[in-house]
Design a protein around this ligand. Sequence first.
Ligand code: SF4
Ligand code: SF4
Length: 184
Amino acid sequence: MINLKNADPDFKWEIIKKEGGEGLLKCFGCSDCAASCPVRYFDDRYNPRKIIRLTLLGMKKQVLSSAFLWLCAHCHACTERCPQGIIVAEVINAIKNYAVEQGYCPEGYKVQLDLLRKMGRLYEVEDFDLKKRQKLGLPPIDKTIPEVKKILEYTNIIKYVNSKPQVPNTKQDDSSIQMKMEKK
Ligand code: SF4
Ligand code: SF4
């Protein structure tokens, strides 16, 4: 439910300031992005137009804490169709980046960040893999990549591994991107 009493008028300006968020104000709500989004084919609760609309209305907490924000596959089908020339996928990305900065980082991403910090990889390289490579005539690879940890430290993203509040998963989150207006 949208209750405009909870709106934060600065939210949209925060997103516009971010790289990729520049086109936000040009949206006139035609819904072409939603009509062309392949993710909606699998889960019609995901809707880029609603995310953009809620952002313009200032529904900061509702947008940032939504599990659906993270379903965007960044395929740019919406960008191709937007009559306003908005790079819609980048606007969604800007909102995601802002969400992480505000502590709304989904658990799955935190786990991946932690793996990258520890190994420099998302998947562990085991002796079995190395033997298989050898059999195929491929050169060995390092089990860990320390440079990745350095990059994570440099970008400071690692601090979000323990960030709160929690973002629900899509099974738990069945109401956060709703466009119904409350009467009062
Ligand atoms: S297609 Fe473009 S103008 Fe239309 S709702 Fe989506 S972002 Fe807004
Ligand atoms: S970039 Fe995201 S919002 Fe746009 S069509 Fe692809 S999945 Fe949907």
